[in-house]
Every structure is written in C-alpha cells, then in structure tokens.
Ligand binder design. Structure first.
Ligand code: URP
Ligand code: ZN
Ligand code: ZN
Length: 399
C-alpha cells in the first residue's frame, strides 16, 4: 500500500514498548506500523525518536486575568509555541467573564480560537459560580456536548468557591460523568498572611511565595480530596508543587480513592529564591502555587518516577514583563498582590522533562510518553484517537 507519508528509521515509542519501525500515514491517521513501508512523502527519521505528540492539558491562552490584564499569547502565538515545543494538542480553559454565562464563555473562546490554531485544541471549563443556570442547565448541557472536564479554584478572589459550592459542582460531575480539576490553596490563610506581610512592609515579589507556604497547599489538597470523597467523584489535583501535598494524594490513593495528580516544570527547576531576583525581576517567576525550595525537587521527582503524578503539564500562563497589562500591572511594584500570576512553559515542557528525566536516566521513554501525552489523552477523553502511536490514531507525532 502506498501511504501519503512514511516516517522511517525512528525508534518509535508505542504503548507496547519501543520498536525500530516505520509509521505509515494516510489522511492524517496512522494506517500502518511496520517495516519497508512505501509513501509519497518519505521522512527520514533515522537517529530520531518518534513519540506521541505532546498533549499539554493545562494551558491558559487569551484568558483575561483581572481588569486590564492581558495574557501575552493569543491562540496563534500560544499554539505556535506549543508546536515548536513538540505538542500537537493543547487544552486551555474557558473562563466566563463578568456577566457571561458558561455557555457564552465557551462560545467566546471558540470564536477567539477559530482559524488561528496551529495545533489541535480542546477546552476545559472554569466553574466560578454555582447559580441555578450554571449548575442546572449550562454545565449539564456542556458535559453532554463533550466538555467533560472543569477546574474549580479554592483561591483567587472572584474565582474561588466555598467548600459547599465545590460539593455542588462535584455533584453535577458525578451525575453527568465529568472530571473536576482542583486548584488547591487555602485563600483565607493566604489573605491573612498577605495582609500581615503588607503591614510589615514585605511587599516585593518574593513575598508572593512566603505568603503561600506549603501548608496552604497541603491543607487544601487534603480538603479537596475529602470533598471528592464525600461527593463520590474522582478528581484531579493540578499543579502540585511539593512533597507534603503529594503525600496527601498518596494517602488518598492508599485509602482506595481515585485521585489523579499533575505537576509542572516549575516545581523541579525553580525555587522561591527566583522570586527574590533583583529589582522587579522576581515578578517573572510569580505563579501559584509558587516554586518552593530545591529540597522539594527530589520529592516531586519521586512522584514523577513512581507514578503519583499522572500528568506533567506546563500551566502555561504568559504575561509580558515590561507592560502595564502584564507583570508590571498597576500597583505591582507596590505590592506582590497585584502581580499577575503565571509563567510561560508550553514550549519548554517536553525539553525540560526530556533533559532532566530521560537524559538523566530517571525516566524511560515510555514513562515520558505517558507523562507528556498518553495519560492526558486518557484522562480527558481523547484516547485512543490521541496520545499514542497506534494504528487508527491521529498521526500526531513528535520526532
Ligand atoms: O499562577 C498560575 N498558575 N496562573 C495560572 C492560573 C492557575 O491557577 O492555574
Ligand atoms: Zn491553578
Ligand atoms: Zn493554570
């Protein structure tokens, strides 16, 4: 059979292990995995590794982050960066703006993305209110039409939900079969620490980290898991930054609960000291949860190697630096509370995990594929069409 394209000579990472083989592609799908294949377009991949195209299931694109604050990437630049970093699919969030329903938010993000994307894109929702229309109509209708994952926040004024509200959202997830993703940080404790720091004149970027210490995340992780246990739903804890929160997840799993977990490159490469770089430079590293100490890195690595973490995502959330609509927002130099939260990462996620994980011998190529693609597809409803190099799947391949 003559294929449209054949990738030949690569070490191919499949769910059955690594094989030296060719991949035959017809009309964008993997038609054949075998040797000596014939194709109109022959891609010489000898000396290269063929991996399932990266799926970054945690990115923020074109998402407003407060009045006048703009994300640096739109859907063209964000998906271009993703493709340059070896990704073939990204999953950004639909955040309803003030006065917008969840369904209107989905329509707005689809319009922002239309005709602009260089990778495949599929959306998660953000549930920030629990009014009867959202929970009784919009969310069920959206889940039925395929929007089966949504994030809830335990922090950020204006976004955070109470425990009661989180339970209400989880009840909808249970009824209609969806996945709840939780940003686990306790807002009350953060506000207490933030107010106290400001009164003491501790207002520089580094105090973003000192006012969101590990117990803030550990406690919220435990509470989110308990809420899911009460509601009877699986959940995903996103962007886990430290060993204590990771242990909460391991304890929950030991109790028999279904808890999925995600970590990100910043939690194995950055520390809170980066937020203390001279001048206003530290603002570049302000994200939540904040980077910790390098003592947390081996604990996160243990979770990556041993499978506590199913997902290695970027939490890509880029802002321009010298820009009033970005990190240098009004009031940001007066107090860290006004610095937009988030750092970029969609372009560097695979390279970081490859160099720090595979090249150091910590991870096999199969683990790398699971952490960067396969598990994302499985968890968010895209497997087996995406996430693996298998016959019948989309030809989403990274060399
Ligand atoms: O600081 C971060 N992580 N910004 C993006 C929004 C979020 O909480 O994931
Ligand atoms: Zn978050
Ligand atoms: Zn995020």
């Amino acid at each position: 059979m003559r294929h449209d394209t054949v990738i030949w000579g690569a070490r191919v990472v499949t769910p059955m292990g690594e094989v030296k083989t060719d991949i035959g592609i017809v009309q964008g799908r993997i038609e054949t995995i075998g040797t000596a294949l014939d194709g109109a377009d022959m891609i010489d991949a000898s000396g290269l590794i063929a991996l399932p195209g990266g799926i970054d299931s945690h990115v923020h694109i074109s998402q407003p982050s407060g009045p006048g604050i703009e994300m640096a990437d739109d859907f063209t630049s964000g998906t271009r960066a993703a493709a340059c970093g070896g990704n073939t699919t990204v999953l950004p969030f639909c955040l309803p703006e003030e006065g917008q329903t969840l369904r209107e938010a989905v329509a707005a993000y689809r319009a922002k993305a239309a005709g602009k994307c260089l990778t495949d894109v599929s959306f998660h929702l953000i549930v920030k209110s629990t009014d009867p229309v959202t929970l009784g109509q919009d969310l069920p209708a959206l889940i039925r039409s395929g929007y089966t994952s949504f994030k809830v926040f335990m922090t950020y004024e204006g976004l955070r939900l109470t425990d009661r509200q989180i339970l209400e959202v989880m009840a909808v997830a249970r009824e209609y079969g969806a996945m709840v993703m939780v940003h686990a940080e306790k807002e009350d404790a953060i506000e207490f620490l933030r107010d106290r720091a400001e009164r003491a004149g501790e207002t520089g970027p580094c105090h973003h980290a000192s006012t969101r210490p590990i117990p803030v995340e550990r406690e919220a992780t435990h509470r989110a898991i308990s809420l899911a246990e009460i509601a009877g739903v699986p959940l995903t804890i996103v962007h886990v930054s430290n060993g204590a929160a990771k242990e909460e997840i391991e304890r929950a799993r030991a109790r028999g609960l279904t808890v999925y977990a995600e970590t990100c490159p910043q939690y194995i490469t950055l520390t809170a000291q980066d937020l203390d770089r001279g001048g206003f430079e530290g603002a570049k590293y302000v994200c939540s949860p904040p980077p910790r100490t390098s003592e947390e890195w081996p604990k996160i690595w243990a979770g990556i190697e041993q499978g506590t973490f199913d997902l290695f995502s970027s939490d890509h959330c880029p802002f321009r630096f010298a820009d009033l609509a970005g990190k240098d927002a009004p009031g940001a130099r007066t107090s860290f509370r006004n610095i937009p939260n988030g750092i970029p990462g969609v372009e560097t996620r695979l390279a970081i995990l490859f160099s720090e994980g595979v090249m150091t011998g910590r991870l096999t190529l199969e683990q790398f594929a699971d952490l960067t693609a396969t598990n994302h597809a499985r968890l968010y409803g895209q497997y087996p069409r995406k996430g693996a190099i298998i016959v019948g799947a989309d030809a989403d391949i990274t060399l």
